[in-house]
Design a binder for this molecule. Structure first.
Ligand SMILES: [Zn+2]
Ligand SMILES: [Zn+2]
Length: 304
């Protein structure tokens, strides 16, 4: 199975702390690299995580709060200095386009690569990215400004060749691709060996969902059914549930409820408020509802 990895670059919330960087993470699948959110400090964190800047194919911005996007322009400028030639695709709330274009004109006007802006309607669930390996679908969230989450869904892969069987029947190397694509094999005496005896079922396609920032949405799980891994903001603990609602954020327990209702494989908590010195409290509150929960932290890598 090919790695499907999420690298946490930053999982703090709006106020800077010594403990956390602003929101950003990198998703790697089948040799492709994507970024979700790009808060201040992301470039430094990319260096620390040994992610090659130029490998990033697209950046997905959840919403236009600084802790999720103030690092974007700096990174785009750096990519220019690093001699990038491949286009960079930026998916962000549609209302950013005018300002973003002006910023590019002012600060990034002599680069050898194109930045392609894709305006996202955060109020609907829509597939905004589609390639051979995966799709990215938006999930409307409920925040103080237009905001959406993203679900990265791997596309089904081909079945595995059973080497023991193909060797047994002496099937030549050059024919294995046909077997992978469903062909049977015919023996010299005319007997047909069905494909099912030559292959093992393909790996189940995996899915990763990112939901930050948002007030608790009781129906959110409907968009997240069966995801293998969910990153959900957990800005507050249960004691501050009123504050969470007031500022359109969630508690750790609410994040866990979403994971439980979605039937997620595991839950990663992030977007921690600067007010908690000990995030174990958040972890405990979430684990009471959904045991397979982990705290995000900078430079932690998770397999989907
Ligand atoms: Zn935020
Ligand atoms: Zn926000």
């Amino acid at each position: 199975m090919q790695p499907f990895t999420v690298k946490i670059l930053g999982c703090g919330s709006a106020l800077p702390t010594q403990k956390h960087y602003a929101s950003s993470q990198v998703v790697e699948l089948r040799g492709k690299t994507f970024m979700i959110d790009c808060g201040e400090g992301t470039q430094v964190q990319l260096r620390r995580a040994h992610v090659h800047f130029n490998k990033i194919a697209a950046v997905f911005i959840s919403h236009l709060h600084g802790d999720h996007c103030f690092g974007l322009l700096g990174m785009i400028s750096t990519l220019g200095m690093l001699g990038r030639t491949a286009p960079l695709h930026v998916y962000a709330p549609a209302e950013y386009e005018l300002l973003f274009t002006m910023q590019l004109d002012m600060f990034c006007n002599r680069m050898d690569y194109n930045v392609v802006f894709h305006g996202v309607d955060t109020t609907v669930s829509d597939t905004i990215y589609d390639d051979r390996s995966l799709t990215v679908t938006t999930v409307p969230l409920n925040h103080r400004t237009n905001c959406c989450g993203f679900v990265f869904r791997e596309k089904p892969s081909l079945p595995h060749i059973r080497r023991d069987m193909t060797d047994f029947y002496g099937i030549p190397q050059c024919y294995l691709n046909n077997i992978k694509n469903g062909a049977d094999w015919t023996l010299p005496d005319g007997t047909v060996v069905p494909n099912i005896r030559l292959t093992a079922p393909a790996d189940k396609p995996r899915a990763y969902a990112y939901c930050s920032d948002t007030k608790y949405i009781p129906t959110l799980h409907e968009h997240l059914k069966g995801v293998d891994m969910l990153y959900h903001e957990a800005t507050y603990c249960e004691e501050d549930i009123k504050r969470a609602a007031l500022y359109y954020h969630s508690t750790a327990r609410q994040a866990a409820q979403v994971a439980k209702d979605a039937g997620a494989g595991k839950l990663i908590l992030g977007h921690f408020s600067a007010r908690y010195n000990n995030e174990e409290v958040l972890l405990k509150e979430a684990c009471d509802v959904f045991p397979n929960t982990f705290l995000a932290s900078e430079m932690k890598f998770f397999d989907v």
